[in-house]
Unconditional design. Structure first.
Lengths: 112, 111
């Protein structure tokens, strides 16, 4: 089944403790993105990658890192999480960035 | 600055009604416009409209794109309670093929 898989689905952590949210897609898509979704602010892009080893900042990259060592994986790293990073996070992928984006199930992150 | 504006923000209707959701945009280097439905969690894809495909239909849902006036509408006929969701509009634009998202329209269909 074609899908984008995020893990974990839910995470509660403490300020400053490094964490990684994984994202994997099995559709051989070149284009992958990370978004955060907050009430009243909609979906905002954090980082995107147009292909392996090619990543770039989105609209709200501060406090986040990404890597794209393999085509299928695009992990999101929070080196030192803070409470303002409490949010619902989505990973998405698409074919060459020209087709519809497929979303992962989402990760609900709470930083206390 | 690129922007996508959806209206209304919220809508409450009765089952069987027809609804029209609006999406207007101002972007540089338009590539496509996409509609998504978001229920509990992840957005699910509905339609993609481009210069070569300005009208799409699937069952009770249909959408058109007006590239001259820079807007799209999503129509839902004979609404059902299962249509209750947030409907998101996004425009893909620019060389980096970025998706610019509207804030969504929250639709509630009452029995």
């Amino acid at each position: 089944e074609a899908q984008v898989t995020q893990n974990p689905r839910y995470l509660i952590t403490v300020t400053g403790k490094k964490l990684t949210v994984t994202c994997s897609q099995n559709m051989n898509h070149e284009y992958m993105s990370w978004y955060r979704q907050d009430p009243g602010l909609g979906l905002r892009q954090i980082y995107y990658s147009m292909n392996v080893e090619v990543t770039d900042k989105g609209d709200v990259p501060e406090g986040y890192k990404v890597s794209r060592k393999e085509k299928r994986n695009f992990p999101l790293i929070l080196e030192s999480p803070s409470p303002n990073q409490t949010s619902l996070y989505f990973c998405a992928s698409s074919y060459r960035g020209d087709t519809e984006a497929f979303f992962g199930q989402g990760t609900r992150l709470t930083v206390v | 600055e690129d922007k996508v504006v959806q209206s209304p923000l919220s809508l409450v209707v009765h089952e069987g009604d027809t609804v029209t959701l609006n999406c207007s945009y101002e972007v540089t280097n338009f590539r496509s416009l996409l509609w998504y439905k978001q229920e509990k969690k992840a957005p699910t894809f509905l339609f993609m409209l481009t210069s070569s495909g300005i009208e799409k239909k699937s069952g009770r849902l249909s959408s058109i794109l007006d590239k001259k006036e820079l807007f799209s509408i999503l129509n839902i006929t004979a609404t059902q309670t299962g249509d209750s969701a947030i409907y998101l509009c996004a425009v893909r634009a620019g060389n980096n093929r970025k998706l610019i998202w509207g804030l969504g329209t929250s639709l509630a269909v009452n029995p």
